[in-house]
Ligand binder design. Structure first.
Ligand code: GDP
Ligand code: MG
Length: 171
């Protein structure tokens, strides 16, 4: 079996759910408290993905960072060597979707070959949705990347999101 290891960065504004998505995917847990991330936290999860008739064991190194102010300061070291990134926005805060193009641009400068995917998170907060799926879809199409409507709280679409970027990294 082929074994590979890839670095994947979580990108997006404060409190969109980056830390919660990683926590759901890696530990299958959710916490209502704000999970403060001090500096950079790297979590690992290994997934098995079929590729060209064989199984590849992919070790996903998920890099998660605190607020966006800090992002400016550590940007290039955080992004260096990343094979992919998950862009995260919050369906209850439309500006968090608009801000993603900045993250994507900064990211591509450092990693022109890398893969991106969009997670529009907090899909469980039905009454508070300020973004429609078609707005999310339009933004994803503009960046030419796949998107998922996720909930770190219920786990909806979280596994699919991370497996999809895993597949893109092996393609
Ligand atoms: P980060 O700053 O992007 O890492 O965001 P966090 O993961 O710390 O989440 C910020 C807040 O949003 C916390 O209070 C989380 O519990 C909450 N949160 C994160 N994801 C979801 C979700 O999918 N649904 C709901 N209802 N709350 C979420
Ligand atoms: Mg965080």
């Amino acid at each position: 079996m082929t074994r590979l290891s890839k670095k994947i960065c979580l990108l997006g504004d404060f409190a969109v759910g980056k830390t919660s998505l990683v926590r759901r995917f890696v530990h299958n847990k959710f916490d209502d408290k704000y999970l403060s991330t001090i500096g950079v936290k790297v979590s690992r999860k290994t997934v098995t993905i079929p590729r060209a008739g064989e199984l590849v064991e992919l070790s996903m190194l998920l890099w998660d960072l605190a607020g966006s102010e800090e992002f400016d300061r550590v940007k290039s070291s955080y992004l260096r060597g990343a094979a992919g990134a998950v862009l995260v926005c919050d369906l209850t805060r439309p500006e968090t979707l608009g801000n993603l193009s900045q993250y994507a641009n900064g990211y591509f400068k450092n990693n022109p070959q890398a893969q991106l995917i969009l997670a529009a998170n907090k899909s469980d907060l039905i009454d508070q949705q300020e973004l429609t799926e078609s707005e999310v879809e339009a933004a994803a199409q503009k960046m030419n990347i796949p998107y998922y409507l996720t909930s770190a709280k219920t786990g909806d679409e979280v596994e699919q999101l991370f497996k999809h970027i895993g597949q893109l990294l092996l393609a």
